[in-house]
Ligand binder design. Sequence first.
Ligand SMILES: Cc1ncc(COP(=O)(O)O)c(C=O)c1O
Length: 373
Amino acid sequence: MPLSPFALERYFAQHEFTARYLLSSSDCETLSQSDLLGMADTKTRLLWEHLRLGYTESPGHPLLRQEIANLCKTVWPDDVLVLAPEEGIFVAMNTLLQEGDHAIVMTPAYQSLYQIAESLRADVSRWQLETDGVRWKLDLTALARLVRPTTKLLIINVPHNPTGFHIDAETQEQIIQFAREKRLILFSDEMYRFSEYTAEMRLPAACDLYDQAITLGGLSKSFGLAGLRIGWLACKDRTIIRRFQRFRDYTTICNSAPAEILAAMALRSRDRILDRTRTIIENNLAAADQFFANHHRHFEWIRPMAGPVAFPRLKGTDSIDRFCEKLIQSKSVLLVPGSIFDFPDNHFRIGLGRRNLEEGLEKLGEFLVEHYV
Ligand SMILES: Cc1ncc(COP(=O)(O)O)c(C=O)c1O
């Protein structure tokens, strides 16, 4: 079955490099190459200076895989395959699913988390996040109702894009226990790990807790390094990792050599980079709290629990699609309407990881005054 267009990526392709205020980005403020090189230690600096631009080791540079394994407790470098994050989803779904299999996907979702499964003619059920207007909730009893004898894969994403929903360690344990009992493979999209608001909220990588769990991680979001195109799949079942590797020979074969060394530099300086991310998000959250309190007549602010995105709701009768279109035309401010996530009810995604959020909010405030008073 052909793949449907990726609505979010097409929307960004149209606006990302022309809109002046990107108020909806999910990646955090980008680091420059010189920022990163300035953080290099002797080892990575030497690797950079002597770098040869040939093909690289297909699972990923050994030092980089070691640094990724260090983000987990019980994972070894050989349990890790380095690839672009989006490629990781494509490789995993194509390897694990075939026609007739059933997958359950936490929804709303980053489109490839369900679209690739559907294109493979797998049956996909949505495990729906719900809101009471104050916070997002996930019903574990609904998960039990969705499971079938053919269910092969459970796909989760926390911290969650686009809602900013997060779970606690006990809920993570319950989900893993459920997957274990039902013999499901758990695909855990952890692209927003490390952008929790406190250290206590950070969950273990799912691949540490269950040998049939696959963690998808990457440097695009919390690390502000989307342009490196470096992410990883980690799983303690090496037969799964080997299958991924065999499929990956048909996508990119291996990673960009400079990106791998820059990624290793970033992971070896992760405390500095992540402190910077947390400070930016913390300041932006305070600004967003204030903005939405001031404009409660127009918006329902559902405060995110973790990560750099939130999914508030526009009140009133105007559709969020029209609102976003008018906003970009009159103020060059980009917000992503919930329809792009195939989600009803006038929600929109706002990004909290960029330094110019307050300027964007100011423009949004002007727009409200000009069009909605
Ligand atoms: C939940 C989730 N998973 C995976 C990805 C893919 O990451 P990348 O764009 O770096 O390939 C994204 C990107 O927005 C995402 O939000």
